[in-house]
Design a protein around this ligand. Structure first.
Ligand code: ZN
Length: 418
């Protein structure tokens, strides 16, 4: 790409040095500094658009500090192993195999990627299938863009729960840095890691909670950040990782009863998903199985197994989540366990079942055919680690965010890292 700006001020632009300092060495910065993280916003996109109301600049990362000053929206499209750069007039400005970096000239006007604003800077490169866009951002701004999407803006009595969520998100991030290093970033911006929505997702209450816990991290016995899993509603007892994912987890992820002597019912009993019921017409349930079950049980197909006859719980784990659910068909049985149940048995609206803590199952049959299926259950999400509605309940009962974190992550402690 050719430079259209004079070089006089570029060397004084701090964002450039953040990027150059970071590249190839993602991770916590020096003592006192806020770590920078790399969040994958797009992976293999055919095309993206970038702009900023305050002007922005784009340059090649590896071939010298010669960014091009831009005042309007540019587009970047995937072509083979490279990226084509199109300016606001539709003119092709370059065909780049290198990594591109983009930063706002005025931090008050963050970059907008496809019309969503993100603080910090962006890296763009091709992964062969399309464009990868990575947001390079300080950990505190990142957490402020995660918390509202993960726990929602909550009223003041739940402020300690929001702080606990901020610390959990910060801890998870530090524990999982370089998780996707082979793909050029640390974490994904989806629920595969943590939902992150940039500036547009930020909410005042959540930003306040993030700032109130600046640099605070939940740690294990060796003072390492914990992999702080969390989910919406544990249903009264959090899950062992082995119950839902079939593999053991760290000691601080032990399943616990979600109450103390201070309350008569579970902390998360305030959740609208504490108890739930799903009902399917028999034919709709069978059609749902046709679509979802082969993804979990590769050997299953309708022709071979025939119609459903019954569905029963064969065993449960320590938290009463279902560890063996037996589906009996005309010509064979299938077993499901843990979170695989949620992906195999879809709600009538197509979403995953809310949890695998199933409390009651009814399969009504008439003339040899299933006419109606009902499932009752508790909770929402995998149930491992912090229970978000439980944290809100604890907050309302006077516990502070440190109490909440130590309650859900047994044996962990809370430290200020920076
Ligand atoms: Zn709970």
């Amino acid at each position: 790409m050719t430079s259209t700006a004079r070089a006089h001020s570029w060397s004084s632009l701090r964002p450039l040095f953040c990027l150059l300092a970071l590249f190839g060495s993602a991770g916590p910065a020096g003592a006192g500094d806020i770590p920078l993280v790399k969040i994958g916003l797009r992976v293999g996109a055919p095309e993206v658009g970038i702009e900023s109301g305050g002007g922005w600049a784009v340059g090649r990362l590896h071939t010298g500090l010669r960014p091009t000053r831009v005042g309007a929206a540019w587009r970047f499209s995937s072509r083979g192993e490279g990226i084509q750069v199109w300016d606001e007039t539709g003119r092709l400005r370059g065909n780049v195999a290198d990594t591109l970096f983009a930063f706002p000239l005025d931090p008050e006007h963050p970059l907008r990627l496809d019309e969503r604003a993100y603080r910090g800077e962006l890296l763009l490169f091709s992964n062969g299938d399309g464009i990868v866009v990575v947001n390079v951002i300080d950990l505190e701004s990142y957490v402020a863009g995660v918390v509202p999407l993960e726990i929602g803006a909550q009223p003041p009595p739940r402020a300690e729960a929001i702080k606990a969520q901020a610390v959990a998100a910060r801890s998870y991030t530090l524990a999982q840095l370089r998780r996707w290093a082979g793909r050029g970033f640390d974490l994904l911006s989806t629920v595969d890691d943590q939902a992150y929505g940039g500036v547009d997702a930020e909410a005042a209450w959540c930003t306040k909670a993030t700032e109130a816990t600046r640099g605070v991290v939940a740690v294990d016995g060796d003072r390492r950040p914990i992999v702080a899993f969390y989910s919406s509603t544990c249903g009264g007892h959090s899950a062992e990782p082995s119950e839902v994912w079939g593999k053991p987890g760290a000691p601080y992820l032990k399943g616990i009863r979600d109450k103390t002597k201070r309350v008569s019912d579970s902390f998360c009993s305030i959740s609208p998903r504490y108890n739930w019921t799903e009902i399917w017409e028999g034919s709709a349930f069978e059609e749902m199985l046709d679509r979802s079950l082969p993804n979990q049980v590769a050997s299953w197909n309708r022709e071979k197994y025939g119609r459903l006859r019954s569905m029963e719980v064969a065993s449960r784990g320590p938290s009463k989540r279902v560890s063996r659910l037996v589906l009996e068909f005309e010509r064979g049985t299938v077993e499901l366990g843990g979170d695989a149940i949620r992906w195999a048995i879809r709600r009538p609206n197509g979403e995953a079942l809310r949890s695998c803590m199933l409390t009651d199952i009814a399969v009504d049959r008439s003339d040899g055919r299933v006419v109606r299926v009902g499932i009752k259950g508790r909770g929402f999400g995998h149930g491992v680690g912090l229970c978000q509605f439980g944290a809100m309940g604890m907050s309302e009962h006077g516990y502070d965010y440190r109490d909440i974190l130590r309650f859900y992550y047994r044996g962990s402690d809370v430290l200020r890292f920076y």
